[in-house]
Design a protein around this ligand. Structure first.
Ligand code: SF4
Ligand code: SF4
Length: 165
C-alpha cells in the first residue's frame, strides 16, 4: 500500500472521532463552495464510470416514462450485483447524452440526484463512500483536500473561525 493511500486511510479513520454536527457543517459548507465552481456538465465522470443503485421506485418511474413494463426495463438496462442491488448492465450510463446531459434528468434515480452524497445528513455514517468517491468525483476530491487542511492541527484556528460563522 502506498504511503499516500495509508495517509488517506489514517485521515478518514481520524474523522470518525470528529463531532457529528461539526463534520456535517464543514462538509456541507465545502460542498456548497465546491459546487459553485464545478460544472458537472464538463465532467459527468460519475455517469461514465459508476452507476447508481436503482430502487424499486426508480425502476417503476423510469419504466413508466419509457412506456415499458418494469420487468422489460430491468431486463434491458439492469442487472443484479453480488449484493443483490439493481445496477446498470453497462457503463457509461445509457441515459447519458453526448453533451453530458442526463436524458432522464427530471426522473433520474434518487442516488443520481443525491450524488456525491456530500449534502446528506450524518456524513460520519458514509465516510467509506466519500473515501471511494474522492477518486471518482473531482468535487469530492476537492472537499477532502480542504477537509485535510481544516482538520489538521495547524488549522485549528481556521476551523474555529468557520464554525463561528
Ligand atoms: S463526478 Fe462529481 S463533479 Fe463530475 S459530474 Fe459527477 S457529481 Fe459532478
Ligand atoms: S441516470 Fe442520468 S444522472 Fe444517473 S447515471 Fe445515468 S445519465 Fe447519469
Amino acid at each position: 500500500m502506498s504511503s499516500q493511500i495509508q495517509s488517506k486511510n489514517k485521515f478518514f479513520q481520524s474523522l470518525k472521532n470528529q463531532n457529528t454536527r461539526t463534520l456535517d457543517k464543514v462538509i456541507h459548507e465545502l460542498h456548497d463552495d465546491v459546487f459553485k465552481k464545478i460544472d458537472c456538465l464538463n465532467c459527468a465522470n460519475c455517469c461514465k464510470t459508476t452507476g447508481p443503485l436503482w430502487t424499486a421506485k426508480d425502476r417503476d418511474r423510469v419504466a413508466k416514462h419509457l412506456k415499458v413494463k418494469t420487468t422489460e426495463f430491468e431486463n434491458s438496462y439492469l442487472k443484479i450485483d453480488e449484493e443483490g442491488d439493481y445496477v446498470l448492465q453497462q457503463l457509461p450510463c445509457p441515459f447519458l447524452e453526448n453533451d453530458n446531459r442526463c436524458g432522464i434528468y427530471k426522473i433520474r434515480p434518487k442516488a443520481c440526484a443525491e450524488y456525491p452524497h456530500t449534502k446528506r445528513p450524518k456524513q460520519k455514517q458514509i465516510l467509506h463512500l466519500t473515501q471511494i468517491n474522492q477518486s471518482i468525483c473531482p468535487a469530492v476530491e476537492s472537499i477532502v483536500d480542504q477537509m485535510e487542511f481544516i482538520f489538521s492541527k495547524n488549522a485549528k484556528k481556521g476551523l474555529q473561525k468557520r464554525l463561528k460563522r
